[in-house]
Design a protein around this ligand. Structure first.
Ligand SMILES: CC(C)=CCC/C(C)=C/CC/C(C)=C/COP(=O)(O)O
Length: 282
């Protein structure tokens, strides 16, 4: 059961539990004084450094096309351009700020001491239900047991889809390299090295892709179809509740998984292709 005490203390302190000693600054507010470590790194006494930090970019830019630093050194034009963010940049930063804030607020099962920490074991079961290993093992086992050509075709394509998902998510994570939320505990079952990264959520891509796959080929009964949709939604939502992901990681994961299924349909291995592949093996 959620503990109101834990929730109120987290709210009072303005922080999220579970960070232990590994506290990371997400933002440094422009309206507040920077932390003392930052002031020291600026190489002067706190008052001078605070004044320097609160200088507006416009004042620092001066009137010419280049900028004077404290030592009178001229900065190149490109450095000045970075101080002038575009509308798109501001919108992107604002979205990221909202994302970080919301993800932190929703990470209520991020550890046992968090406000909904008691339901963490249940969330971890949901996590396992969307993990790659049970899906790969289940599809391979069903393929081995299947004695109809139609069943084998569907299951082989499901296996292909699951591998495709692992590759695409792995590449995307390696390119984007977004850190997982600061309040996440890295106690996940069986991960690859790229799973240290957050964007996109592999569970969300798999849940969305597999849900579409199941609905298109394997699950026909209406109540079960509703269950499949609920499961996929819950897998994605549980990623944020567990503190594993930011909201945007999961939202993009659903989007990517949805489109991955279209790719699977395009690459569908038909019985003719399968026969020729088996023929080449013999
Ligand atoms: C046979 C083979 C290559 C199996 C690998 C299965 C495996 C370890 C998948 C990783 C699943 C995982 C932990 C994804 C991370 O999900 P996020 O939602 O945290 O991004």
């Amino acid at each position: 059961m959620p503990s109101p005490k834990a929730r109120s203390s987290a709210a009072r302190s303005g922080s999220v539990p579970c960070t232990g000693g590994n506290v990371r600054y997400e933002f440094i507010s422009l309206n507040r004084a920077p932390p003392p470590q930052l002031l020291q790194r600026q190489g002067s006494d706190p008052t001078t450094a605070r004044l320097r930090a609160s200088e507006s970019p416009n004042r620092r830019r001066g009137s010419g096309s280049s900028t004077s630093s404290a030592g009178g050194q001229q900065l190149p034009e490109e450095d000045c351009m970075k101080l002038n963010p575009s509308i798109v940049g501001i919108a992107f930063s604002s979205l990221l700020a909202i994302d970080l804030w919301l993800s932190k607020r929703l990470g209520v099962c991020a550890c046992e001491d968090a406000s909904w920490g008691s339901v963490r074991p249940l969330m971890k079961l949901v996590e396992i239900s969307g993990h790659g290993i049970p899906w790969l093992a289940g599809a391979a086992y069903c393929l081995y047991k299947s004695d109809s050509a139609a069943g084998q075709e569907v299951l082989l394509n499901l296996l292909m889809a699951l591998f495709l998902d692992l590759v695409l998510v792995g590449v995307m994570k390696a390119v984007v390299r977004r850190r997982r939320p600061a309040h996440n505990r890295m106690d996940m079952f069986a991960t690859f090295s790229v799973d240290g990264y957050s964007f996109p959520s592999g569970h969300a891509t798999r849940a969305a892709m597999c849900a579409r796959f199941l609905l298109a080929h394997l699950v026909l009964a209406a109540p079960l179809r509703v269950l499949v949709l609920l499961w996929a939604t819950f897998v994605g939502f549980s990623r944020v509740l567990l503190g594993r992901h930011h909201v945007t990681d999961v939202a993009f994961g659903f989007f990517m998984g949805y489109w991955q299924y279209n790719l699977v349909e395009m690459l569908w291995l038909s019985p003719v292709v399968l026969q020729s592949m088996i023929g080449q093996l013999h």
